[in-house]
Design a binder for this molecule. Structure first.
Ligand code: UFG
Length: 338
């Protein structure tokens, strides 16, 4: 790679083969950063890693591996996505989540402190809030997670806070709401195994890779009885990570930011909008509520806009779904051979 490309700095993206991580790698490269990816490829996909990013395959729980990356590469800041993220699994196997999410972050921070790397952008979640006390949710609202996944992300945020006091590592923690959509190039998109998220499941029901979409609960206290969520495009999340890197490099203080569109859509509205985008009906069945689903989750992201200068580009749910559909239509088997 040309030296000039590193003028902006060199960023290590942990979990850069995953859904949000891979889109953030594209964005950082686009902004002129040098990018190094570390991923154990347990849930990430090698094909999702941009060819201009150098890939190290290994696990953040392995101190030697993490030390090795910091010794080989001159890293200016870390963006940390490397974690398990299935809410249901986190309830049946909580120690798996503590071991990787919390344990892995402890190893990472110890290695960063030892190598004098003092900036980290962290992938957090709306699940840190639990059942919201009001809408839209502000960063100062109570954090009472209702699942282990959210609890581990909150524990990681707290680890950053105390580590900064001792070792001077500054952080930004980005609490995303419902990440969705795909890169407009159609090269990368969402491919979780198993898939649990609404929009990919709706589009898989549309492209025939699954028979139908089940709507989990039609008796919530919302306008049509189905849950309301704040859907935010993955490229807008990627942009926020790049802005957060810049903010820390410019000397910004550690802080926590919500990332959402500030607009809620019901499950039925998403299915209707998706039918408009794909141009035909999507087979839908109605099912029981899924345990642990809050009725409404909508963010206030004013702080990210004013402090980080974040400007989400995808306000329209149809435009978001168009990008997701381009990915699912052209990659019905995700990153596997089509
Ligand atoms: N839903 C269905 N059918 C499905 C899948 C989902 O009706 O097959 C509904 C859910 O009940 C929910 C909505 O669609 O009301 C969105 O569900 P997702 O699973 O797509 O997303 P969640 O809101 O459950 O999860 C998101 C993030 C998690 C985070 C959580 C916080 O993906 O990482 O918000 O509550 F933990």
């Amino acid at each position: 790679m040309m030296e000039a490309e590193f003028n902006m700095g060199k960023i290590l993206v942990l979990g850069g083969a995953g859904y949000i991580g891979s889109h953030t790698v594209y964005e950082l490269l686009d902004k002129g950063y040098g990018v190094v990816v570390a991923d154990n490829l347990e849930t990430g996909h090698r094909q999702a890693v941009h060819p201009d990013a150098k890939l190290y395959i290994g696990d953040i729980r392995n101190r030697e591996f993490v030390d090795g990356v910091f010794e080989k590469e001159e890293i200016d800041a870390v963006v940390h996505f490397a974690a398990y993220s299935l809410v249901g699994e986190s309830m049946t196997d909580p120690l798996k989540y503590y071991g990787n999410n919390v344990g892995g972050t402890q190893v990472l921070l110890a290695s960063m402190a030892a190598h004098g790397i003092d900036k980290i952008v962290f992938s957090s979640t709306a699940a840190a809030y639990g059942e919201p006390k009001r809408t839209p949710i502000l960063e100062t609202d109570p954090t009472e997670p209702t699942n282990t996944y959210g609890a581990t992300k909150l524990a990681m945020e707290q680890m950053f806070k105390w580590t900064e006091l001792a070792h001077g590592i500054r952080y930004t923690s980005l609490r995303y709401f419902n990440a969705c959509g795909a890169h407009p190039s159609g090269e990368i998109g969402e491919d979780h195994r198993p898939e649990t998220h609404l929009i990919p499941i709706v589009l898989q029901a549309a492209n025939g890779t699954r028979p139908s979409i089940s709507v989990f609960g039609t008796d919530y206290d919302t306008k049509d009885g189905t849950c309301v969520r704040d859907y935010i495009h993955v490229c807008d999340l990627a942009q926020a990570h790049a802005q957060a890197v810049r903010y820390l490099m410019d000397g910004g203080k550690s802080d926590i930011f919500n990332l959402g569109n500030g607009v809620g859509f019901t499950v039925r509205e998403i299915i209707n909008a998706a039918e408009g985008v794909v141009g035909h009906n999507i087979p839908t069945v109605f099912a029981e509520r899924r345990a642990g689903d809050p009725a409404v989750l909508v963010a206030s992201s004013d702080k990210a806009k004013s402090v980080l200068g974040w400007k989400p580009q995808y306000a329209d749910i149809h435009a978001i779904l168009e990008t997701a559909w381009k990915w699912h239509r052209t990659h019905p088997k995700g990153f596997s051979e089509n």
